[in-house]
Design a protein around this ligand. Structure first.
Ligand code: BES
Ligand code: MN
Ligand code: ZN
Length: 499
């Protein structure tokens, strides 16, 4: 999809379709009023018929409005004006895109009601519109033999602003929105691919492909032999049960000054998690192909950095492996030595994410990071605690936690902080090793983060548990691309591209 911004009077636009908002009950938005006036009250006349009264979720396509240059006018219900929020605006955008996808219009001019008048709100609203419409047109049909693409897909969206002086902000919103949207779409594609295609080697190749797009992005892949030399005993123990070789994917984006410390993003890249010898129950096990969504979100975020040429240094680290039962797999009771030298008693082989992440966290030390954020589909307990709306956040640094919470709010990709108190650390005591890999009953998301914290002591570090937010189950089964928006927001802010 092609996006652009334009300033002008809604009633004077020429396009296959003009999208306007109507509030409940039958209340025209400002832009709709101007079109109504130009067409001698045509919209008022139509609304009086009662087919559309402006409730959220409603849409009405009109043709050949008198005295206008648009072939179609699409009215979108925006709900009560007093309740018109960012979420409602996003819903309106999604509804418009789905109506347009079924129509023959290949271009549309969007003129939905403004939320507020301040510049930054305009930026957010337009950026949201780009991200939302791209999400709404997302399709995953790589694995269908006969993909049914829409016959006349929407090709161009123009976002109309009323004032020329807002054009610069609008252009910035579109540029940022497009980079975030393509990062999300890449992360979704990788997440949706099945485990037999999206293996650790596949992920490594995807990283290499991204590296070819920019001289600022260098890709290094560590093979098992090199990980052995680094004594990554925890990561390698997970991979031992799999025929696919593990990979440690390192993506170094140098957009900032040489001496400025990098932001390091670590993403769990477990391409299929059967649980290992502590095997998972069969129902729903297919969803464990999504266990690499943390890694996918790191790749998606780096793709946004590349696209925007962000002036900042960012390093992505993705430990990637499968977790399968096998004669050579980890067994409950096995003790392994991590790269940090700390020993781990593996009481449950299904708690493998922390085993591959802990060595990756130790590996980060060589980059002297400004901050380290790991992203992982780490615990079912996080789904129980927060459901799918919030990503779980745990951190050893309050300022970093606040920065992440605020990036989550601004990008509508929200996180919620859980405590990382010392009291929970005791749950990881082991009779035989330095620690166990599970924390027993209660606080599963917290004890998983406690485990990771023992490998992140040298960093300002935060952990994002995306077990609930990374994909949808049920009829809408599919990856969400979260938290690409949150992470890119944080990087846009750190690199002073937005205030
Ligand atoms: N990948 C899973 C976490 C997960 C479970 C994500 C369900 C999304 C939905 C992780 O590797 C895992 O299996 N965690 C265990 C930990 C337990 C054994 C302490 C879990 O959450 O059950
Ligand atoms: Mn597991
Ligand atoms: Zn897992």
């Amino acid at each position: 999809m092609n996006y652009n911004a334009k300033a002008g009077d809604p009633s004077k636009q020429r396009a296959p379709c003009l999208v306007l908002g109507v509030f409940a009950t039958r209340k025209l938005s400002e832009a709709a009023k101007s079109v109504d006036k130009a067409s001698s009250g045509f919209l008022t006349h139509i609304l009086k018929k009662g087919d559309m009264d402006g409730e959220t979720g409603q849409a009405l396509m009109l043709y050949d409005l008198p005295n206008t240059l648009c072939e179609r006018v699409l009215l979108i219900g925006c709900g009560k004006q007093k309740e018109y929020s960012r979420a409602k605006h996003n819903e309106a955008v999604a509804k418009a895109i789905s109506e347009l996808t079924g129509s023959h219009a290949i271009e549309a001019i969007f003129c939905l009601p403004a939320l507020a008048t301040s510049e930054s709100d305009l930026y957010t609203q337009l950026r949201d519109a780009v991200i939302k419409s791209s999400e709404q047109s997302y399709r995953f049909d790589q694995c269908k033999s006969d993909p049914k693409a829409p016959k006349r897909p929407l090709k161009k969206v123009t976002l109309l602003v009323t004032d020329r002086k807002n054009l610069k902000t609008a252009q910035k919103a579109i540029t940022h929105g497009q980079a975030i949207a393509s990062g999300i779409s890449l992360a979704k594609d990788l997440g949706n691919l099945p485990g037999n295609i999206c293996t650790p080697s596949y992920l490594a190749n995807q990283a290499r492909q991204l590296g070819r797009k920019s001289p600022q992005l260098k890709i290094k892949i560590l093979e098992e032999k090199q990980m052995e030399a680094l004594k990554m005993g925890a990561l390698l123990s997970v991979s031992r049960g799999s025929r696919q070789p593990a990979k440690l994917i390192i993506m170094e984006y140098k957009g900032g000054e040489a001496k400025s410390k990098p932001v390091v993003l670590v993403g769990k890249g477990l391409t299929f998690d059967a649980g290992g010898i502590s095997i998972k129950p069969s129902p729903g096990m297919d969803e464990m192909k999504y266990d690499m969504c943390g890694g996918a979100s790191v790749i998606g975020t780096l793709s946004a950095c590349v696209e925007l040429k962000l002036p900042i240094n960012v390093i992505g680290i993705i430990p990637s492996s499968e977790n399968l039962p096998d004669g050579d797999a980890n067994k409950p009771g096995d003790i392994v030595t991590s790269m940090s030298g700390q020993t781990i008693e593996i009481l449950n082989t299904d708690a493998e994410g922390r085993l591959i992440l802990c060595d990756a966290l130790t590996y980060c030390e060589r980059f002297d990071p400004a901050i380290v954020i790991d992203v992982a589909t780490l615990t079912g307990a996080c789904v129980v605690a927060l459901g799918s709306h919030a990503t779980g956040l745990l951190s050893n640094n309050d300022a970093l936690a606040d920065e992440i919470l605020s990036a989550g709010n601004s990008s509508h990709d929200k996180a919620w902080r859980l405590p990382l108190w010392d009291e929970y650390q005791k749950q990881l005591d082991s009779n035989f090793a330095d620690m166990a890999n599970i924390g027993g009953k209660g606080g599963g998301t917290i004890t998983a983060a406690c485990f990771l914290s023992r490998f992140a002591k040298k960093h300002k570090w935060a952990h994002l548990d995306i077990a609930g937010s990374a994909w949808h189950s049920g009829a809408k089964k599919g990856a969400t691309g979260r938290p690409v928006s949150l992470l890119t927001q944080l990087l846009l802010k750190r690199s002073k591209q937005i205030s």
